[in-house]
Design a protein around this ligand. Sequence first.
Ligand code: SF4
Length: 390
Amino acid sequence: MPDTPFSLYIHIPFCRKKCSYCDFNTYAGLDGSFGPYTAALCRELAAPGAFRRRPPVSTIFIGGGTPTVLPIKQLADILAACRAAFDVLPQAEITSEANPGAVDEACLRDLLSFGVNRFSFGAQSFNEAELTMLGRIHAAADIGKTVAAARRAGAQNLNLDLIYGLPRQTLRAWRHTLLQAVALQPDHLSLYSLTLERGTALRAQVARGELPPPDTDLAADMYELAAEVLQVNGYAQYEISNWCKPGRACRHNLTYWRNLPYLGFGPGAHSFAEKTRWWNVRPVPTYINRLAALEARAHPRPAMAGSETIDIALEMGETMMLGLRLTAEGVSTADFETRFNRPVTDVFGPQIKKLKALGLLTEDSRRLKLTPAARLVGNLVFAEFLPGDM
Ligand code: SF4
């Protein structure tokens, strides 16, 4: 087993209330499952994982869901299980998601004392009507209060998530949200364009004509407005949807975009290591039952539902697709050649030539990057690197 540090993703599939746009594997009203779930998660973390030697861990991301709905003792147990199973490096980035208005200073302070050193808050909007439409449980004023509580608790690395492209959202309202977010001086901002996911309440409302569908042209204008506002306010864009202050890129997500190994724990979590991608069973009760079965505990991947081998063509394509999301660093042609023992132009020469001619790709200091114009049509660029197109 190489000593490449891994990232760990820990899924907490519980929320106080399901938001209207959310299709994540997370549920409200399962409080009775918290204890059995935490026990199951700790058992999965302790499973052998098919490693001869466990890799060191450079980042942990506790997401969901809303991790802080769990009692603090259970969050402590989960982090202790991570440390018992893996060599978590002293400088590891450890993030916990949390929601404004649903977490207090004492909880944030406890999490910091367990080694969490980054919080990601689901702010989403500073407009009350938008928060209501999204089914969020917090008010706009809660965002600032939660950020202040985190700072009082000692947190020094904060992210806010925001959503744009909402039904009835205006550019003016979006500018207000951006300026309110920036005024709180988070270290990092993740901006997501709304998609109406199948099975969500928001999609049903749009289908019934109760809300207008999102305006994609307006959403593109909102993206461009965000890029301007954030740049003026000292945030550098480093990924299609992510901006940060200097040195504050999310190291955990860089693992995904650099196509490096990670292990996911919890229902529906995905992992990628040793040329294989695998994923866990998705229903929470199934996950708990799997981990409760004695024979499963000795299984290297006791919650696995399926897996696929990542052949070299797919790994090369995914390295391009993911790496090009990194707007500032792009894909290093030297790193590509070191990793795959082939120059990138040998593998993707025609695609690179075509995308450069279309003004969608540029090369700078041996790095291939999306042009600013390509950031809104990234999926068209990424599709060029899928193995079927090689
Ligand atoms: S808080 Fe986040 S994970 Fe939970 S339902 Fe809302 S959007 Fe989904």
